[in-house]
Design a protein around this ligand. Structure first.
Ligand SMILES: Cc1cc2nc3c(=O)[nH]c(=O)nc-3n(C[C@H](O)[C@H](O)[C@H](O)COP(=O)(O)OP(=O)(O)OC[C@H]3O[C@@H](n4cnc5c(N)ncnc54)[C@H](O)[C@@H]3O)c2cc1C
Length: 492
């Protein structure tokens, strides 16, 4: 049998593409290496806890949002979830900022925390909301970007209107450039806050973040951030069920170790020398792994060059999964907490700042009675974990640093942990097979870095790609959009 489309990887990008193609009646096969769905936004279970492999904050479920529309198109029921307001608490050495979704509450909080510059920050936020919505409207059209073919170029003029022309300054500046306009660039406290939010959503800091990307990410928090019950893996499970319900296949524990082509048909080689034949291929296992997946004969036709790709900056993640007694967090009903290390508040990664997500106490899928499942994650530079002779010592040290920081803000935390499972980029490579454990896509390096994005096109006829290393980038929202772009392209 020859499938219409074969998909490598059941991350959110691959599953969104497969679900949309299934809806359109194509014959689809998804091959996933691990025994879980959802990749970086998946889960695993241990000792009556469910732990989220990476992503914890759900976006795009608000009316008209990407997942809201996808669920409507697929005629699926959205899972139970909690709308977050405040979205999170940010714990700084001298204060706690309550990051409200509701704009008026957020403006009051700005007034409370940054009274000297509150008017400037509010005006800056008005700009964020306006520009962010313009970016959303543009990306919802699922443009293939950067253009690679004549057809891609020809569709660009159709995207141009008065609104997209108004976006141009924000395509050429960083968030820092915009802060300068409002005289906020020297205001350290607000910049620390913004850096935290941008690191979590765009993987970079204000000085390196293209303004339109930063604005789109920041306003998304205010449209609606959600704690999905059972974790985001619930969404992955629903998509997989939908795909199977359409008569298609999602096979776990099927690592694809080679994609080649013979006689006009692509062949996906998987375990036990099994070969699946497909007419077209979607790669959802990241551009980092592109040349390790394709045969050299196919790979040489691509514009993606291995040496150049390896030079692009990506973060790894250091993560802790743990169970904790309910009693520790009785003083707050906020589920997400960002921590700034009181001793090194200037460090943006490697434990200097990090996010802790707690399971919703009413979500019984996540933890046993009286307990909560938690995920702590901080950006980490990759190389140190692969070169370290003292790997285990380093891992233990980082784990302690993170736990002690939470303990500083929530005294007693460290004494009420049930099970503590730290993970490094080495762990991520094993879990998700992403080369060197690189996660979360590429880190933007300046105002024009978005022009160097990889598009859904690989340059190889019949082979497309989606996921966080492809425009529009990381996050379950971004990768779902790239999955839908691929599906649209294949069903034109
Ligand atoms: C620590 C952390 C926290 C994050 N927090 C958030 C958050 O709160 N909210 C949010 O929206 N996003 C968050 N993200 C980002 C988000 O999780 C990712 O951008 C997104 O899930 C990536 O999806 P993807 O489709 O690119 O594929 P991935 O999630 O990378 O999945 C790829 C899949 O392919 C499989 N695979 C790999 N190689 C092969 C092979 N050879 N054969 C078969 N299968 C293969 C893998 O096992 C995996 O399941 C976070 C990421 C991390 C790491």
């Amino acid at each position: 049998m020859v499938y219409d489309v074969g998909i490598v990887g059941a991350g959110f990008g691959g599953l969104a593409a497969a679900a949309e193609l299934s809806r359109k009646g194509l014959n689809v096969l998804v091959l996933e290496a691990s025994n879980e769905l959802g990749g970086s936004a998946g889960k695993y279970e241990r000792e009556r806890y469910r732990f989220q492999s990476g992503a914890t904050v759900g976006m795009g479920f608000e009316p008209g949002g990407v997942f809201d529309q996808l669920y409507k198109n697929l005629d699926l029921k959205t899972p139970a979830m909690k709308l977050l307001n405040p979205i999170m608490e940010i714990h700084m050495p001298d204060r706690t900022i309550h990051y409200y979704r509701d704009r008026n509450q957020w403006y009051n909080e700005i007034q409370r925390n940054f009274p000297e510059v509150s008017n400037e920050i509010k005006t800056f936020y008005e700009e964020i909301f306006k520009v962010g919505e313009m970016v959303d409207r543009l990306v919802e059209k699922l443009p293939i970007f950067p253009p690679k073919t004549m057809r891609d170029w020809l569709t660009l003029p159709s995207l141009m209107n008065q609104e997209s022309i108004r976006l141009i300054p924000f395509l050429m500046q960083t968030v820092e450039d915009r802060l300068k306009k409002y005289q906020l660039h020297h205001y350290h406290l607000f910049k620390t806050f913004l850096n935290g939010e941008l690191m979590d959503s765009v993987q970079t800091s204000v000085d390196r973040c293209p303004a339109f990307l930063g604005y789109a990410a920041l306003q998304t928090f205010h449209k609606g951030a959600y704690a999905v019950h059972g974790g985001l893996a619930t969404v992955a499970e629903q998509l997989a069920d939908y795909i199977k319900g359409c008569g298609n296949e999602v096979k776990l524990r099927h690592p694809v170790h080679l994609v080649d082509k013979e006689g006009g048909t692509f062949r996906l080689h998987t375990k036990r020398k099994k070969i699946y034949e497909v007419k077209r291929v979607i790669l959802n296992n990241s551009v980092h792994n592109f040349h390790d997946t394709l045969s050299p004969k196919l790979g040489k036709h691509s514009y993606i060059k291995e040496q150049k790709e390896m030079k692009r900056e990506s973060w790894g993640a250091f993560i802790i999964h743990a169970g904790v007694d309910q009693s520790v967090f009785e003083s707050t009903d906020v589920l997400y907490h960002q921590f700034i290390d009181p001793h090194h508040p200037e460090e943006l990664h490697d434990g200097g700042q990090f996010l802790m997500s707690l399971s919703d106490p009413v979500d019984q899928k996540m933890a046993p009675e009286g307990k909560r499942s938690l995920t702590i994650s901080t950006h980490t530079s990759i190389r140190q974990w692969w070169e370290a002779e003292d790997y285990n010592i380093k891992k233990e040290r980082m784990k302690e640093r993170l736990i002690q920081t939470v303990d500083h803000y929530f005294p007693g935390f460290s004494n009420h942990l049930d099970i503590v499972l730290p993970g490094t980029p080495v762990t991520f490579e094993k879990w998700l097979r992403r080369k060197q454990g690189k996660v979360g896509g590429y880190a933007p390096k300046g105002s024009y870095s978005w022009l160097n994005s990889y598009s859904i096109r690989t340059g190889i006829d019949g082979v497309l790609q989606c996921g966080d290393t492809v425009f529009p980038g990381a996050g379950t929202l971004g990768v779902t959009l790239s999955g839908l772009m691929v599906a649209k392209e294949l069903t034109k």
